[in-house]
Ligand binder design. Structure first.
Ligand SMILES: NC(=O)c1ccc[n+]([C@@H]2O[C@H](COP(=O)([O-])OP(=O)(O)OC[C@H]3O[C@@H](n4cnc5c(N)ncnc54)[C@H](O)[C@@H]3O)[C@@H](O)[C@H]2O)c1
Ligand SMILES: O=C(O)C[C@H](O)C(=O)O
Length: 358
């Protein structure tokens, strides 16, 4: 009888904590099944990571992958919809990170406070026929609001910006941080890892290699002709025929559109993007930990060209992108591509700056 009484008490306590209304305090308890008497769990040393837009196509898979990352001790999942469901789901994975969910603008500050790394895939995706720039109207405002939250609640966090158009949203974020007096160019990183993943995959197919053995630097930005693969610098050193160069450059520049069209109105790349975002976030965390030689491509504040932002290889360290690498030697095809990329990038960056300065 005594046992049954205890069980009833436990069930009542659990039910009390699984009511529909959702608060961070409640979620913290949900993460230990609502039992006050549970032994404290988690506590593994590691970094605090927030995902803003965690209930979306990218956000859900990315939440899963970050929950699997042993460098993460605390994972905050924020969205304006469905955050409780994603949080409950991911929190049942028996990995080290403690998961907490945050729903709606009122909980943004709680979601951000104390974070080391903030990953932002919030915003609308493309449909067939749209350019990434067509997303500016909606996503610019979303990125502005979220970055204002970062400036207020975790001004020292590294920000991985995924929301499109990246060529403009990174400039928006920089302007928000400048306005708030918190801007550190090393800590604002536009995520272009998917371009590199695609380039490695497509080049490996052409060369008949395992993509894990291939390294293609992809520079410039993250839209159409601004995505510039440097095939002359592929590792292992390889030569391509002119038609292979044309095919590969085109396919890499239009990889996003290939997925948008295949999904036929159901969105853009989510699974490969979550993979790429998780890979890039892991590199940022290894850099924060102090690992040597952590090198990835990213769209960052840069003096490599005359543009304020440009994607190249960067070295990630304890303070973010600590070194921005030069382009290296380009062939004639790449020099022409670079001019085209810069022309389009200049307008996209300015559009982002103007959105905040008006
Ligand atoms: N950088 C890249 O390489 C890359 C690759 C793929 C997609 N993207 C971009 O990532 C973005 C997200 O794509 P998706 O497929 O996950 O879209 P999605 O619509 O599936 O998910 C977006 C999520 O953002 C949330 N959201 C909207 N406004 C928000 C706000 N103010 N605060 C918090 N969350 C908010 C939505 O509720 C939704 O859950 C798009 O802009 C897309 O173009 C970038
Ligand atoms: O193409 C898109 O709209 C999404 C993303 O930027 C991508 O490259 O897949």
């Amino acid at each position: 009888m005594e046992f049954r009484g205890d069980a009833n008490k436990r069930i009542a306590m659990i039910s009390a904590h699984l009511q529909p209304s959702f608060t961070p305090q409640m979620e913290a308890k949900n993460s230990v099944m609502g039992l006050e008497s549970c032994r404290a769990k988690g506590g593994n040393p590691g970094f605090k990571v927030a995902i803003l837009g965690a209930a979306g196509g990218i956000g859900q898979s990315l939440s899963l992958l970050m929950k699997m990352n042993p460098l993460v001790s605390l994972l905050h999942l924020y969205d304006v919809v469905n955050a409780p469901g994603v949080t409950a789901d991911v929190s049942h994975m028996d990995t080290g990170a403690v998961v907490r969910g945050f729903l709606g603008a009122k909980q943004l500050e709680d979601a951000l406070t104390g974070m080391d790394l903030v990953i932002i895939p919030a915003g609308v995706p493309r449909k067939p026929g749209m350019t990434r720039d067509d997303l500016f109207k909606i996503n610019a405002g979303i990125v502005k609001t979220l970055c204002e939250g970062v400036a207020k609640c975790c001004p020292n966090a590294i920000v991985n910006l995924i929301s499109n158009p990246v060529n403009s949203t990174v400039a928006i974020a920089a302007e928000v941080f400048k306005k708030a007096g918190t801007y550190d160019p090393k800590k604002l990183l536009g995520v272009t890892t998917l371009d590199v993943a695609r380039a490695n995959t497509f080049v490996a197919e052409v060369l008949g290699l395992d993509p894990r053995e291939v390294d293609v630097p992809v520079v410039g930005g993250h839209a159409g002709v601004t995505i510039l693969p440097l095939l002359s610098q592929v590792k292992p050193p390889s030569s391509f025929t002119p038609s292979e160069i044309e095919y590969l450059t085109n396919r890499i520049q239009n990889g996003g559109t290939e997925v948008v069209e295949a999904k036929a109105g159901a969105g853009s790349a989510t699974l490969s993007m979550a993979y790429a975002a998780a890979k890039f976030a892991d590199a940022c965390l290894r850099g924060l930990r102090g690992d040597a030689n952590v090198i990835e491509c990213s769209f960052v504040a840069s003096q490599v060209t005359e543009l304020a932002f440009f994607a190249t290889k960067v070295r990630l360290g304890r303070t973010g992108a600590e070194e921005v690498f030069q382009l290296g030697p380009l062939n004639e095809y790449e020099r022409v591509g670079l001019e085209k990329a810069k022309e389009e990038l200049a307008g996209s960056i300015q559009k982002g700056v103007d959105f905040i300065r008006k």
